[in-house]
Design a protein around this ligand. Structure first.
Ligand SMILES: [Zn+2]
Length: 276
């Protein structure tokens, strides 16, 4: 499906029994729009500068009003996932659902510093991807309208379930549609040069390992990710066992550097992090 939008590259569309999944290329991540006849569900909001991409696609391609978005389900606070959410809520009164600990991540002066570093790292990714450099600052507090715990269904979309999968942050959620066996996994399996990679950073390796165990028990057949192509696994157990095996490898210098730039959130003090 081509669009005439100059900055919107060819989106992907996947049809399931219940809805259509639209995957747009955002600033540095995929933007996921779940389309029902009666409503739209946004899984993460992209960066704040992705709002115009979302608006264009929904209005011009889907021919629907922005108010058809009934919920933004946010996986975690990083700039490419939560960046546009508060602004979309302000502009269109779209409610936000996220984990109760979400606003702890960038709290206090340490959190403010962490958010600046995360925006800097996101901008570095944009530069690496030959994207035009743009400001991607956004509010540090999300103030979710709906607090979602492990196993909760999403407001307005009871066929979707959230799973709490800490490791990358402490408040990571993924969103699972059991009936259609679809899983939106956000950052937890990234793609680098065609290979599955761990998210960066992983601040809590033990928790990440448990989260991969949990995801391995899900019988997902379509795994949508924020960074990479869709995965159609033969076996979720094998896939997440492989991800666990990557945790055993020693960190490269690059990974160590990213980890060292990711320790300023006050959440680090609340839990035992990796050994730095
Ligand atoms: Zn992230």
């Amino acid at each position: 499906m081509k669009t005439s939008c100059p900055f919107l590259e060819t989106p992907r569309k996947i049809n399931t029994n219940s809805f259509n999944i639209h995957i747009l290329r955002g600033y540095i991540e995929n933007i996921i729009i779940i389309e029902y006849n009666h409503a739209l569900l946004l899984l993460d909001s992209g960066c704040i500068n992705d709002i115009s991409r979302i608006e264009f696609y929904i209005r011009q391609t889907l021919q629907r009003p922005m108010q058809d978005i009934k919920l933004i389900a946010v996986s975690h606070m990083h700039p490419d996932h939560a960046g546009g959410a508060a602004f979309l809520r302000k502009k269109y009164q779209i409610p936000i659902a996220a984990h109760p600990d979400t606003d702890r991540w960038y709290a206090a002066p340490g959190g403010a510093l962490q958010q600046m570093l995360d925006c800097y790292m996101a901008t570095s990714v944009a530069r690496h991807n030959h994207r035009r450099l743009q400001r991607i600052c956004y509010k540090r507090k999300l103030r979710p309208d709906y607090l979602i715990n492990d196993g909760d269904t999403l407001p307005f979309f009871p066929d979707w379930k959230a799973l709490h999968v800490p490791g990358h942050t402490l408040h990571d959620l993924v969103f699972h549609h059991p009936a259609d066996k679809v899983l939106y996994i956000a950052d937890l399996i990234c793609e680098v040069k065609g290979k599955h990679q761990l998210p960066l950073p992983i601040l809590f390796k033990d928790k990440m390992s448990h989260s991969f165990d949990k995801l391995g028990k899900i019988n997902a057949k379509t795994i949508i990710r924020a960074h990479g192509e869709v995965i159609y696994p033969d076996s979720c157990t094998d896939l997440f066992d492989f991800m666990k095996s990557l945790l055993e490898k020693p960190d490269s210098k690059f990974v160590k550097r990213i980890n060292l730039m990711s320790i300023y959130t006050p959440e680090i003090k609340r839990h035992n992090p990796f050994d730095i």
